[in-house]
Ligand binder design. Structure first.
Ligand code: BT5
Length: 241
């Protein structure tokens, strides 16, 4: 790990996000990483679950203590994931707003952010599940899932993706708040999945259709529906297909 980082490794655990939240409550330092080879109760967002065969993937959570909005810390991680995928495999990874990482039209990585408490530097736990060497069809994952080995056609070193990814994260979190925010918004916007293409977004049960334009400074998605008026979506989910 780079200087200033620490790693807690478990061959198997229930959820690295739960372990990292406990570590944060117990006062662990900024840049503590909890990594597991297997999770028995991996969590997605909104009560969904995250599954991966043992030792197939990167399953880890990062505790960050910054006075920055959690949306920015999440984006820092999705940008670092997309960049690490490109650097280690040459695949074009894109960020499906708000923060799934996609290769072509399938999800290779999901991120679950949980902010704990308030104060000057409250801990935020960002959990990353990145499919490295797995066959989604043989594993019972949805058809929307993919992995680095599936997309690249060969085995990918988890070690090399992990160290590249932590290296990218380290470079970003070393930046001062303003510079970090500016850099990440630029990279996030540049890496947006389906930029300039038509998408459908589920916004609290209503589906809105439009062309992806970019991001607002607070991280909302800007789309242009057929009526031509720019629309900002703060909370929603892009509908696949
Ligand atoms: C996410 O949720 O995408 C966030 C996933 C975060 C997982 C990491 S692993 C390390 C850390 N510890 C945890 O306990 N969690 C974090 P969401 O957008 O809700 O996606 C969940 C949905 O994706 C599920 O309902 C499945 O349909 C699908 N899914 C489950 N496992 C998958 C996988 N390995 N690859 C792709 N899709 C998957």
């Amino acid at each position: 790990m780079p200087r200033g980082w620490s790693l807690r490794y478990f061959p198997v655990t229930s959820s690295t996000n739960d372990d990292a939240k406990q570590a944060a409550r117990d006062g662990c330092p900024d840049r503590t990483v909890v990594f597991a080879d297997d999770q028995l109760a991996g969590r997605g967002r909104l009560g969904r679950s995250w599954t991966a065969p043992p030792r197939s993937s990167l399953l880890f959570s990062v505790v960050l203590r910054r006075s920055l909005p959690s949306v920015l810390l999440t984006a820092t991680c999705s940008v670092a994931v997309a960049e690490a995928i490109a650097a280690t495999t040459g695949l074009h990874a894109r960020i499906k707003w708000p923060n799934d990482v996609m290769v072509r039209d399938r999800k290779v990585c999901g991120i679950l952010t949980e902010a704990l408490g308030t104060g000057a530097r409250p801990p935020t736990v960002v959990g990353i599940g990145l499919n490295v060497n797995l066959d989604p069809a043989a594993t019972g994952l949805p058809t929307s899932a993919t992995s680095l080995s599936t997309e690249s056609g060969s085995h990918v070193s988890r070690q090399s993706v992990f160290s590249t990814l932590i290296g990218r994260l380290d470079a970003y979190v070393r930046l001062a708040d303003d510079e970090l925010a500016a850099r990440i918004f630029d990279r996030w916007a540049a890496l947006l999945w389906r930029r300039a293409q038509r998408i459908r977004v589920d916004e609290a049960g209503t589906v809105v259709e439009g062309v992806v334009v970019g991001l607002t400074p607070s991280g909302a998605l800007q789309i242009r529906p057929a009526d031509g008026r720019l629309r900002e979506i703060a909370v929603g989910e892009i509908v696949l297909g």
